[in-house]
Ligand binder design. Structure first.
Ligand code: AMP
Ligand code: ZN
Length: 495
């Protein structure tokens, strides 16, 4: 398969070519664990999952790295506002680490329930402070920093292509209006409005719970540096794909690029990541869902309304990741109904192809699909994913196959193959159904056995061996089976 991705860096679809053949290094920005993920955040992780699953299904070996932000993220991405972790810990009367642990677990509980594959590497910011310090030292050596008011800043005017990702103009940079964020206060120490903190020492956060020694004094890292330091640690200086929500384009990813490239080269001209993928927002009533704005929906709140986590996954797959997606309970209900009919169709195909009887002892039902009546759907499905991960078109193909394709084993195998990316649990559902049927046939075995006992008892009675006959009746009674003698012979019922 040959993928084309829309690269935010360049604003065009580009043919995907990894740095190392057959291997992909992918970094997806992870959650700041000060609260539950809202369903908008989960949209970002479903994109990461679709990307990883599509690449793996195409045969790539994917190293997927994700950070957990447990320090340094302020409510304004540009170093302004409160520290999200500290504020949450204070509000809840817990330590920052307790808060981080609690919401990290909650995060993975949500992503597991949505069949989102866990990253190969999950790395916590607080466990990588030395890597961040080492990187800041390199940036400093290359001449991109200054200290002011006790903090160490990145000087964006020294970096030649600052703002390229976000298409920022030099005039915008001067005024500080460029970054798309709302300014909530002015940091007098900054030489340029877009400069950002690499290391905080003496700052407005004297109550910061977690601090570390550094060449610039005891303090803690700015938010952006963690992604640069950890991605490079696990993926090497250069890697293939970096992803996040579109809100990360103007500040977080712009700053990640500047500091990473500044750390590699004094001229700041050595490129870092090849492809930048950004998901559009999930919106409710045209407003972006956000954690800091309060009043947001979690996966659990959907479950409490009677939805399955996979209903929400199905809903998300119905929109292309680069289009805004409007959430409403009506559309979620639509997704739920469609998912149920999809499952019905798959189960009926499974039944027609005798999946029930076949499945039990087979480790893998993968086999080459050769029939063109099925192959054409697989090919169209692949084309949809190859074209910038078009899940809506991919969904149309699985539906097409189920509605119009043949009722054959190959078709079922193709459905399961497609579901390696869609991850709607279709094969598991068929397995569960098969084992339910298996239990029924277990009941048949029970029936056979009781019938045998009834015959043995009748023979014993005929031979006037009443002790054996009574024994049989008594043993069955102890197992909850009652025998009743009638004019038509002996019947049985459960006690
Ligand atoms: P955070 O935990 O705030 O760092 O956000 C985690 C991820 O969710 C980031 O990639 C954000 O860009 C993304 N994100 C935040 N809000 C939304 C939204 N309403 N819709 C889609 N993605 C979002
Ligand atoms: Zn990041």
């Amino acid at each position: 398969m040959s993928f084309t991705f829309y690269n935010t860096l360049g604003r065009e679809k580009q043919i995907f070519k990894p740095l190392k053949e057959g291997k992909v290094g992918f970094y997806g920005c992870g959650p700041t664990v000060y609260n539950y993920a809202h369903i908008g955040n989960l949209r970002a992780y479903v994109l990461h999952d679709i990307l990883v699953r599509s690449l793996r299904r195409a045969g790539y070996e994917v190293n997927h790295v994700m950070n957990i932000t447990d320090v340094g993220h302020l409510s304004g991405d540009n170093d302004e506002g409160d520290d999200k972790m500290v504020k949450s810990a204070e509000e809840r009367g817990k330590s920052v680490l307790e808060i981080a642990e609690f919401y990290t677990r909650a995060f993975f509980n949500d992503t597991d329930r949505m069949n989102i594959t866990r990253p190969t590497v999950v790395c916590k910011a607080t466990e990588h402070i030395s890597e961040m310090i080492a990187m800041i030292v390199r940036i400093e050596k290359n001449g991109f920093t200054y200290s002011a008011g006790g903090n160490l800043y990145f000087d964006i005017s020294r970096f030649p292509s600052y703002g390229e990702l976000a298409l920022l103009r030099p005039d915008d940079l001067k005024s500080g209006a460029q970054t798309g964020y709302e300014r909530t206060g002015q940091d007098e120490n900054k030489r340029n409005a877009g400069d950002f903190v690499l290391w905080f020492t003496k700052s407005k956060f004297e109550n910061q719970a977690l601090m570390w020694d550094s060449p610039w004094g005891r303090g803690y890292p700015g938010w952006h540096i963690e992604c640069s330091a950890m991605s490079m640690k696990y993926l090497g200086e250069n890697f293939d794909i970096h992803a996040g929500g579109i809100d990360h384009i103007p500040v977080h990813h712009t700053n990640e690029i500047a500091q990473s490239e500044a750390s590699m080269d004094a001229a700041g001209k050595k490129p870092w990541v090849s492809y930048w993928l950004h998901n559009e927002f999930l919106v409710i009533d045209k407003a972006k869902m956000s954690k800091s704005a309060g009043g947001f929906l979690t996966l659990q709140s959907l479950i409490d309304e009677g939805y399955d986590p996979l209903d929400y996954r199905y809903f998300l797959l119905g929109g292309h990741y680069r289009s805004q997606l409007q959430f409403s309970f009506d559309s979620l209900k639509g997704a739920k109904n469609s998912r149920i009919s999809l499952i019905d169709k798959v189960l009926s195909l499974a039944q027609k192809t005798n999946f029930n009887r076949r499945e039990a002892n087979k480790e893998s039902r993968e086999f080459a699909i050769t029939g063109n009546d099925v192959l054409k759907y697989i090919e169209a499905f692949n084309k949809a994913l190859e074209d910038d991960l078009s899940t809506p078109r991919a969904m149309a193909e699985i539906w097409g196959l189920l509605r119009e394709g043949p009722a054959t084993e190959e078709a079922l195998a193709a459905v399961f193959d497609m579901d390696r990316v869609l991850a709607l649990g279709l094969e598991e559902t068929c397995m569960a159904k098969a084992s339910e049927n298996g239990k029924d046939s277990g009941n048949n075995e029970l029936t056979d056995e009781i019938e045998q006992q009834i015959i043995r008892r009748a023979e014993a009675k005929k031979a006037k061996d009443f002790a054996t006959a009574d024994n049989i009746r008594q043993n069955l009674k102890e197992r909850g089976i009652i025998l009743e003698d009638g004019p038509g012979g002996t019947t049985w019922r459960r006690a």
